[in-house]
Design a protein around this ligand. Sequence first.
Ligand code: ATP
Length: 479
Amino acid sequence: MANDNKRFQAIISHCKEYGFIFPSSEIYDGLSAVYDYGQWGSELKKNIKDYWWKSMTQLHENIVGIDAAIFMHPTTWKASGHVDGFSDPMIDNKDSKKRYRVDHLIEARIAELENANNMGEAAELQEKMDALLAADDLVGLKQLIEDEDITCGVSGTSNWTDVRQFNLMFSTQLGSVTGEANEIYLRPETAQGIFVNFLNVQKTGRMKIPFGIAQIGKAFRNEIVARQFIFRMREFEQMEMQFFVRPGTEDQWYEQWKNERMQWHLSLGIPGSKYRFHDHVKLAFYAKAACDIEYDFPFGFKEVEGIHSRTNHDLSRHQEYSKKKMQYFDPEINQNYIPYVIETSIGLDRTFLMVMSEAYWEEDLSTADKQDSRVVLKLPPKLAPIKLAVLPLTKKDGLPEIARQIMDANKPHFRCFYEEKDAIGKRYRRMDALGTPFCVTVDHQTKEDNTVTIRYRDSMQQERVPIHSLKGIVDKQIS
Ligand code: ATP
């Protein structure tokens, strides 16, 4: 399915048309790489969040969650290395004035070579780029762009500036007085809120190592090249978990979390063939190991989640900058140490896009005498925004009243949706497009025997069931 641009564009349009995702402040022509989740998108996003949160905290007795503020003391970002090092090498084209991320420019050339089946050259170029990036060799990167004769997609020229580092953090002023002392940042990751609270949680929660702290929250990055819809945004949400372990056990925990996270992905009903691990070649100097879980998006395999073995780097740096001890006393070995950390970090918006990409189907239902088709979102029922649609066949004869009773009986338990407008076939199709796994139709027979027709989204099969069995049928699929 790689590089299926038509399918990707269809998914973007579908998200807009059916109230999943809108461009931010669209009436003013939108804001680049910022999006709003609509009435059904926010439900789907919340369901993904809840599923992650439950699987991390409720199902792991040694993981607790927090909700730290977006604003943090500015020294946090000096200690974490973001002030000095959270940047991407950029280059501008002097004719079009367009700015590019250097790795994206070179990666596009690599993809061109691969598409032309020139695998040897592609691998060689990848290797050269990785080595230059690892050495922060900005002059070498510019030379590589020139040697490869890479041109700007807009102007078509190779009239490039020098390569420069561009910090990705947004800054703003605290209080009313401007000046460097008041400059604070919008957090570029949620992880630091966990590190600075490590001792608070450990002490008040009487946590014993190994244990984890999970968090879901907004992060902000001034991405220069924002593209691919919600894949790369300037304001996005992360779901992160830092797992604190005894030094020396980190390799085993790293493997365990790689495995656990992959199982979580598979539990979304997405086949293993759509995922792959990508080990990082360029490791941060403090990191012991790092890999990404990549999903096969319509534009190819790309990162959804990172798993990182970060040693005790972050806690040590906070100890150094704050002068507060970040140590843990381990009663089992009678020793004080700064714990090592395994981090799992997944983007909520990228997970949304992954779930959407997997669920979106255009089905041809034509028969010998009739052309027909439908768009259906085959979302896992546990993630679907609406679980049950209740549809009276007509607006009269007491059918809406019975349908309302079904709504009242079920809506305290899961999200239900009532609709009486349009022909029943049209209403089914609309529910298919929203990913609703079950529709029930109330008809005249219902008045006689208290049964309804339930229609299953994926198979489109219908059967007659008693009204009182509906909750059980839905519960079984969503629990
Ligand atoms: P990339 O290489 O794609 O820029 P990254 O390696 O910088 O991503 P991390 O810092 O490891 O990303 O962040 C963890 C997760 O947060 C990523 O796996 C991704 O799902 C998500 N994420 C990061 N940046 C963005 C963004 N700009 N928009 C949406 N999600 C993002």
